[in-house]
Design a protein around this ligand. Structure first.
Ligand SMILES: [Zn+2]
Ligand SMILES: [Zn+2]
Length: 209
């Protein structure tokens, strides 16, 4: 697979004309779930970005990116395939995997290894990847943009003699909604005896759905 090179690429020149539009879209991708309009804007931005790189956001790649935008959280490849088959019944797994490979290489999506899923980069097309915090329960992902923190972490890692295997820095977490659901479930189970206290809690839709 091709290597993603986020920070290294001096894309600033080509971006100057689009920077206003790009910033608007980046804001639309904050923690709150974006609406259809901003998804459309994000897709157009991604198309432009690919064109600048001399690549093409083909309809299938675009659709996979759109499905991830709609999902708003990390989503498993087979869920994407299921959704794709509802639109194009004949879709084969390699179609979706190839599209994902392209989007990964372009830096438009992240692979979330801890839950084996994919999510749209919060910094779509800006190629400044942050530190990913991933809810292990529901797959929601927050991308912390703390360049100094990231740099010093990478420096420490290199000082220890290591090189990161990928650009992704991923931390496992439990989001506030899932923490609340867990607390509620614990309250319920302690009120109703200790039965099932340790059972798996599935408050929100599972990442793979
Ligand atoms: Zn990113
Ligand atoms: Zn969660």
């Amino acid at each position: 697979m091709k290597t993603v090179k986020p920070a290294a690429k001096p894309a600033a020149t080509a971006h100057s004309a689009d920077s206003v539009q790009a910033d608007a879209s980046a804001h639309a991708h904050g923690p709150d779930h974006a609406h259809g309009d901003s998804h459309e804007a994000a897709l157009i931005l991604a198309e432009d970005y690919c064109r600048e790189r001399g690549e093409k956001l083909t309809p299938i790649r675009r659709k996979v990116l759109e499905l991830l935008l709609n999902s708003g959280r990390a989503t498993k490849a087979y869920s994407l395939l299921d959704e794709m088959r509802q639109i194009h019944p004949g879709s084969a797994p390699p179609t979706v995997y190839r599209a994902l490979d392209f989007l990964l290489a372009a830096g438009l999506v992240h692979r979330i290894e801890s839950i084996n899923a994919f999510t749209v980069c919060h910094d779509l097309t800006h190629c400044r990847h942050g530190i990913l915090v991933v809810c292990q329960q529901c797959g929601s992902v927050t991308e912390l943009h703390e360049p100094k923190l990231r740099q010093s972490l990478v420096a420490q890692i290199e000082h220890a003699g290591y090189r990161l295997a990928s650009d992704e820095i991923e931390l496992k977490g439990l989001c506030s909604a899932c923490q609340a659901a867990e607390a509620a479930a614990l309250a319920t189970s302690s009120a109703g005896g200790k039965a099932n206290a340790g059972a798996g809690l599935k408050p929100a839709a599972a990442a793979g759905r």
